[in-house]
Write a protein that binds this ligand. Structure first.
Ligand code: ADP
Length: 508
């Protein structure tokens, strides 16, 4: 089905804001509407969003995008949704109102629930089915917390009045009519972050849902990442427009970066780092601290899987240098400072501020800055902070190579930190493979747009993504291998210094 419509609209429901981006046939951005929402911190370790505010912001962002370039739904062939993953919303299907704020992926309140579910079997008890170990990061424990703690929730859930969704599902349900016929659906990538979906069958695991105390009636229907789920509600800006693509944000970036071959990887450098490697049509279960996840499934085509390495602190270390130490006033200053010195002066900075994520998963670790001497200046510390992101990425890639038997040949990158040329060069040196940044760095929204566009025939398939993907800049390794390995060995020594710090005498 060919169409004369000019655009695909991507709705990117992110952790800090919601955005609406119009893409043309070439995958170029026409305009962006964006609205930030509040970060709600009721207690230490708790992070919430107001789902109603998010839905309002999605509508405002779409309205801004449309009015900016004077288009309307007649010009839009389809809508794709991408979203912050794992963030859980529970709402009443009769009123359309959430019964509690959305519990955000970073929230750690469910530690006790995870401990209890693990029991004597351990945190890996569901791993061979869902690809994940019990952890506060995932959506399932958050839903259990809401049902256990919100008054009357359990009863309503048992009566079939409550619905659960990650924010893709929340936005889709509202876009397609809400209480008046809203579609209750999620895609395989988002479902793979709940701990409730079997990675091979792509169906909910009833007995795991039972362990969590979540009635099956609350769970959305799982569909592929590219098919028509429903149409924009008659009362809205998107009336009659097919909603035809859903991908979790990191999977969307993988798709937008055209990582379609087994072994191809992308790394997103934002607040934290998220690296995904396409492992092809079979899920690979990690022995090295990585998550197994669905990368995408386009309509009826085979499911494609990925290994994922999540790093908690990367860009946020630069924010910390700016806001807490006041060493810099803007992240952009770090490049000139880092290159004003020859090396990090022997310092290594391991930002294990809230423990270490992949590949260590050590909640008992805390940050260290080691190798300090009187020689060390501000510039060395800033350089060590930037290098920390590259070292952490190297550790994740080593784990991926070990798990997958397919060695990385190049790395596609995106995200805010990729503006830093020093970091990108150091990354290429450390990995000893080229690091490549595309022209369109909004890869997350782009991936969701492609999924929707392919579903409605606006694009023919993945080959269009490959054809439209354009390289902006490439960094090739320059540093001597012996020097790389010397520094990497010292980094690993520094990591050892972070471990086993938290004990009964430490606070926070
Ligand atoms: P997110 O999507 O997670 O909000 P972005 O992709 O927008 O993040 O990236 C923002 C992060 O990148 C911030 O943490 C910031 O400190 C970091 N950052 C931005 N510009 C630079 C730079 N030139 N050098 C190093 N870090 C940078």
């Amino acid at each position: 089905m060919k169409t004369d419509k000019k655009y695909i609209l991507a709705i990117d429901q992110g952790t800090t804001s919601s955005r609406a981006i119009l893409f043309d046939k070439k995958g170029q951005i026409k305009t962006i509407g964006q609205h930030e929402h509040r970060q709600i911190f009721p207690k230490a370790g708790w992070v919430e969003h107001d789902p109603q505010e998010i839905w309002r912001n999605v509508r405002k962002s779409v309205a801004d995008a449309f009015s900016d370039v004077e288009v309307n739904h007649h010009d839009v062939a389809a809508v794709g949704i991408t979203n912050q993953r794992e963030t859980a919303v529970v709402w009443d299907k009769n009123t359309g109102k959430p019964i509690y704020n959305a519990i955000v992926w970073q929230d750690t309140r469910t530690q006790a629930i995870c401990d209890e579910l693990a029991g004597d079997d351990g945190y890996d008890k569901y791993h061979d089915r869902v690809g994940l170990s019990l952890n506060t990061y995932f959506a399932g424990p958050k839903v259990k917390w809401i049902l256990d703690n919100v008054e009357g929730a359990r009863e309503k859930a048992d009566n079939g009045d409550l619905l659960f969704g990650t924010t893709d599902t929340w936005v889709l349900w509202n876009l397609t009519g809400g209480t008046k016929g809203g579609v209750h659906v999620t895609d395989v990538t988002n479902a793979s972050r709940t701990m409730l979906m079997n990675l091979r069958t792509l169906e909910w695991e009833e007995d795991i849902a039972k362990d969590f105390g979540i009635p099956m009636s609350m769970l959305p229907e799982i569909k592929s990442s590219a098919e028509v789920y429903g149409h924009g509600d008659a009362r809205g800006f998107l009336r009659g427009t097919p909603i035809a693509g859903i991908l979790g944000d990191q999977q969307a970036a993988t798709f937008g970066q055209a990582c379609f071959e087994s072994g191809q990887s992308k790394n997103t450098y934002g607040t934290g780092n998220f690296m995904l490697m396409n492992t092809g049509k079979e899920p690979v279960f990690s022995d090295n601290g990585l998550l197994t996840t669905v990368a995408y499934k386009i309509g009826e085509a085979d499911t494609v899987y990925a290994l994922e390495g999540s790093i908690a602190v990367s860009g946020s270390l630069i924010q910390w240098l700016r806001d807490n130490l006041e060493l810099i006033s803007d992240a952009n200053e770090t490049e000139a400072l880092a290159t004003s010195v020859e090396d990090s002066g022997g310092t290594y900075f391991v930002p294990a501020f809230s423990g270490l994520f992949a590949p260590y998963w050590r909640p008992d670790a805390r940050g260290v800055l080691v190798g300090m001497t009187r020689y060390v200046k501000k510039a060395h510390i800033v350089r060590a902070a930037l290098e920390a992101t590259a070292f952490q990425t190297r550790e994740v890639i080593d784990a991926m190579n070990a798990d997958s038997d397919v060695d990385l040949t190049e790395l596609r990158v995106d995200g805010g930190m990729t503006a830093n040329e020093f970091l990108m060069q150091f990354q290429a040196d450390l990995l000893q493979v080229p690091v490549i940044r595309p022209k369109v760095v909004e890869t997350t929204a782009l991936g969701a747009a492609y999924a929707a566009g392919i579903a409605v025939g606006f694009w023919d398939g993945e080959q269009d993504v490959v054809d439209n993907w354009q390289e902006d800049k490439r960094w090739t390794p320059k540093l001597d291998v012996d020097e790389v390995e010397r520094q990497y060995r010292l980094w690993k020594k520094a990591v050892q210094r972070t471990l086993d710090w938290v004990d009964e005498d430490t606070k926070g």
